[in-house]
Design a protein around this ligand. Structure first.
Ligand code: CA
Length: 229
């Protein structure tokens, strides 16, 4: 549920806004003066702020400016005077929209919804997609460190995953066991190049249809291994 902060000193207006927003399914919190409004806007976790311009204490201009320095939360400024709206447009305080009193409650709700939707889209597009390697039936999600073989998830240990990923992102290149051991295991680790052989065997059991005839990780006799594409 989206949370909305209303900063408004006229209680009847604040209650009206609250009623309509709650009817539309929002969770609403009201602050009736500039100081507490600013504090709540900075410290609270809100999805949108409905901000009156003329407030006792700190005014809406100042709150908008201060909040915008640290947060991208959508801010809708509410003012009684059309002149003020013109003025704030010129100030470039970073408010997302302006509403003039008296406003129709349904218009207010529509604007709130539009800004929330726009903000969610912005956040959504900023989320990075997982880095994925797909080779024939194998899908390696590097970000989530998961492996799927023909759509079915297989469990890999850390080193098995690292080894498979290294080979898969360097396809058709032959690596010696020594090279693979240096790449995946650090120098201090206990073990030797036989460890590589053991891990290759375990990986094959998870990804190959027939481990006697590997389709992905090939053994190049006397040299090492390569991931065939
Ligand atoms: Ca006011």
């Amino acid at each position: 549920m989206s949370k909305i902060l209303i900063v408004e000193d006229e209680e009847s207006i604040a209650e009206l806004e609250k009623d309509y927003l709650e009817l539309s399914g929002f969770e609403v919190h009201i602050e009736t003066n500039g100081e507490t409004g600013l504090k709540e806007a900075l410290e609270g976790d809100y999805d949108l702020i409905l901000l009156d311009l003329m407030l006792p204490g700190v005014d809406g201009f100042e709150i908008c400016k201060r909040v915008r320095k640290v947060k991208n939360t959508p801010i809708l400024l509410v003012s009684a005077k059309k002149d003020d709206i013109d003025k704030i447009r010129g100030l470039g305080l970073g408010a997302d929209d302006y509403v003039t009193k008296p406003f129709s409650p349904s218009e207010l709700v529509a604007r709130v919804k539009a800004h929330l939707a726009r903000y969610e889209r912005l956040i959504g597009s900023a989320v990075q997609e997982n880095e994925i390697i797909e080779i024939r039936g194998i899908k390696i999600d590097k970000t989530a460190r998961r492996v799927y073989v023909n759509g079915e998830e297989k469990q890999f240990t850390t080193k098995e995953f690292d080894l498979l990923t290294f080979l898969a992102q360097n396809p058709n290149r032959v690596f010696t066991k020594e090279e693979l051991f240096r790449e995946i295991w650090d120098m201090e680790s206990v073990g030797d190049i036989a460890t590589v052989t053991v891990h290759i065997k375990k990986i094959r059991e998870k990804i190959e249809f027939d481990t006697a005839k590997p389709q992905y990780i090939e053994t190049i006799w006397g040299v090492g291994y390569r991931f065939k594409v």
